[in-house]
Write a protein that binds this ligand. Structure first.
Ligand code: FES
Length: 514
C-alpha cells in the first residue's frame, strides 16, 4: 500500500460498497489546465474506455479534454472483476450463428489485439498493476453444458483462439468437462487506468474531474458541453459513459445488469492459480489476486437486471456458493457494478446514430468491459483521426441487426415497457415514516404522495420523487449499494438524488416533508 494512504482510505465509486481495487489505492490526480479554446475532442467519462481513447488521440496530436463527473474509475472500471480474455460472454458459436464465421475471426483478433495493447501499455509505462497471464478454464456441469462446451471448443479454434480439452478446471468445483484457454490475463484496473491518465496529461491532455456535464448543445461543427459555469467546446465528442444521456437507440437495444463480486480469504491457502468460469446462467467465475501481500479469492456472479431483483440476496447466494466449494475464513470485500447486455450479442462502438455530427459512443460490453473498453479506445481514436479500423464495421452502432437478435431485442423492450406500466402503481402505503427502519429505503405512499424515501443511520429522512428523470420509470432501492436504481435503462442515483450513472442528466427531485 502507498505509505501516504491511511488505513481504510479508499477511492470513490458509484455505490457504498468498497471494491478490492478501491482499497488503499492512490489515483492520479491532475491539476486542471483547462483553457477556454475549442478542443479537437471532448471525452466524457474517466473509465478504461474514456482514458484509453483520450490517451491515443492526444498522442496522435489531437487536443483532448476528458470530463469525468466524479473521479477517475468512479464507474464500472472501479467495480470490474478485471478479467482479460480472448473469449467473451457472447460465445464464438453464437457469433458464428448470428454474424458468421468471419465475424468470429475478427472478434478473436480484436481480443488478441486488446490483450496485446494492455501488455504494451504495461511495459511501455512500467505500470505496476499486477498484470499477469493465466490459464483460463471454462467447465460444464451437465450434459447440455458439455454439448455447448464442445461447440465452444470447435468454434473458438476455428476463430483462431487455441483451446484444448483438459482434465482439470483449476478450482474446487465439480465438473463434467473442461476446456483450457491459454494466455488469458488479469490486472488491477484502477492502477492501470491511473497510469494511463497520467500519461495522457503528460502528453498534453486535460482531465477535469468532478465535472458533471448537465447540458450539451451541438451545431454542425461544434459541441458545447456545460458543467455549472464551465463551457467546454469541442469538434468531436465521445460518450465513454456506457449510456449517453437522453433518449438514444441504446435505450432500446441494451439492457442494464448488476454483477456481484466478493473477495475472500481461505483457511487452507488453496487459492486457484488460474481463471475459471462455469456455464450457468448467469455464470460464476473465479480468480486470485494478491494485494499488499495478502491473497484474495475473487468470485463473481448472480447477475441480474438492474433494479429487478434483491441485491442483498444476490450477495448472500454468492457467498453461500463460495462457501460450498472453499474454506472461507473471511469475506473481505463485496461489491456490485453495472454493465450492459447488447440485444444482438456484440458491443456498440462508433458514431452515435441519430445524433449530431461527430458524436461517438461505446457500450454493450456485456461482462467483458476491460477488453472491449480497450478495443473501443483504439476504434474510437481511429475513427476520430480519420483512419480505417478493422473492427469499426463489426461493432458499428448503426449495424443492421441480424434476425437472431431480434427476439431478445423485443423481450428486453417488453420488459422495459412492463416496468413503465406496473411501476406507476406499486408502493407500500404507510401512515408514518417512523415505520421505516434506519439505513433502509423504500418506495412508499405517504400523505397521498408516492416517494422514494431513505432513512439514514441517524434517522434522518431523505425523500425524493421516485420518477426517474430520464424517461419516467420508477426507481427501486438498492439496499446493498444504498442507491436508487432505475429498472428501465440503468440510471442510478444516490440517496440525495444525485445522478451516479446515466442516461439521466438531472437529479431526482427532492421532496421536503416538513
Ligand atoms: Fe431510463 Fe430511468 S434510466 S427511465
Amino acid at each position: 500500500m502507498d505509505p501516504s494512504i491511511k488505513k481504510d482510505q479508499h477511492t470513490n465509486r458509484d455505490g457504498k460498497n468498497v471494491s478490492l481495487w478501491q482499497d488503499g489505492v492512490k489515483l492520479y490526480r491532475a491539476e486542471a489546465l483547462f483553457i477556454d479554446n475549442v478542443y479537437d475532442v471532448l471525452v466524457i467519462g474517466g473509465g478504461i474506455t474514456g482514458i484509453t481513447t483520450a490517451l491515443l488521440l492526444q498522442q496522435q496530436g489531437k487536443n483532448v479534454v476528458l470530463a469525468e463527473a466524479k473521479t477517475i474509475g468512479f464507474g464500472t472500471t472501479g467495480g470490474t472483476s478485471a478479467h482479460l480474455n480472448t473469449f467473451f460472454d457472447a460465445t464464438y458459436p453464437e457469433i458464428d450463428s448470428d454474424f458468421g464465421a468471419d465475424a468470429s475471426k475478427l472478434l478473436a483478433q480484436g481480443g488478441i489485439e486488446a490483450m496485446a495493447f494492455i501488455e504494451e501499455m504495461v511495459k511501455k509505462y512500467a505500470i505496476d498493476c499486477d498484470h499477469e497471464y493465466k490459464d483460463a478454464y471454462l467447465f460444464s456441469q451437465n450434459e447440455d453444458e458439455s454439448k455447448q462446451l464442445d461447440d465452444i471448443l470447435t468454434s473458438s479454434n476455428n476463430a483462431g483462439i487455441k483451446v484444448t480439452q483438459v482434465d482439470t478446471n483449476g478450482v474446487n468445483v465439480p465438473f463434467e468437462k473442461s476446456i483450457l484457454f491459454k494466455n488469458q490475463g488479469q490486472f488491477h484496473p484502477l492502477k492501470y487506468i491511473s497510469k494511463l491518465a497520467e500519461e495522457f496529461v503528460n502528453a498534453g491532455g486535460v482531465i477535469l474531474e468532478n465535472t458533471f456535464i448537465n447540458d450539451i448543445k451541438s451545431d454542425d461543427e461544434i459541441h458545447i458541453a456545460t458543467s455549472g459555469d464551465l463551457s467546454i467546446k469541442a469538434f468531436n465528442m465521445v460518450y465513454a459513459t456506457h449510456m449517453p444521456p437522453g433518449i438514444t437507440l441504446f435505450n432500446f437495444n441494451c439492457a442494464p445488469y448488476r454483477s456481484y463480486v466478493i473477495s475472500v480469504t481461505l483457511a487452507d491457502d488453496n487459492y486457484p492459480d488460474c481463471l475459471a468460469y462455469d456455464m450457468k446462467e448467469p455464470y460464476h467465475y473465479f480468480r486470485t489476486h494478491t494485494v499488499d501481500g495478502k491473497k484474495h479469492l475473487i468470485v463473481g456472479g448472480e447477475d441480474h437486471k438492474t433494479g429487478h431483483d434483491d441485491p442483498e440476496k444476490a450477495f448472500e447466494e454468492l457467498e453461500t456458493y463460495v462457501r460450498q466449494h472453499y474454506k472461507v475464513t473471511s469475506v473481505n470485500h463485496k461489491w456490485s457494478s453495472q454493465y450492459y447486455v447488447p440485444a444482438d450479442l456484440l458491443p456498440f462502438i462508433g458514431r452515435l446514430p441519430m445524433a449530431a455530427n461527430n458524436v461517438f459512443a461505446a457500450t454493450g460490453y456485456n461482462g467483458n468491459g476491460m477488453m472491449f473498453g480497450t478495443l473501443a479506445g483504439k476504434i474510437l481514436a481511429d475513427l476520430i483521426a480519420g483512419k480505417q479500423n478493422p473492427y469499426a464495421k463489426l461493432f458499428s452502432p448503426s449495424r443492421i441487426k441480424p434476425i437472431a437478435g431480434f427476439s431478445e431485442f423485443v423481450k428486453e423492450n417488453a420488459d422495459v415497457a412492463y416496468r413503465f406500466v406496473t411501476d406507476r402503481f406499486s408502493a407500500e402505503e404507510i401512515d408514518s415514516l417512523k415505520t421505516l427502519e434506519k439505513d433502509s429505503g423504500a418506495i412508499v405512499k405517504y400523505n397521498d404522495q408516492k416517494l422514494a424515501v431513505y432513512k439514514d443511520a441517524e434517522g434522518g429522512i431523505h425523500a425524493l420523487s421516485p420518477v426517474c428523470t430520464h424517461a419516467g420509470c420508477v426507481v427501486n432501492f438498492n439496499a446493498s449499494e444504498k442507491t436508487w436504481d432505475c429498472p428501465c435503462h440503468g440510471g442510478r442515483f444516490d440517496i440525495d438524488g444525485n445522478v451516479l450513472t446515466g442516461p439521466p442528466m438531472k437529479e431526482l427531485k427532492k421532496v421536503n416533508l416538513t
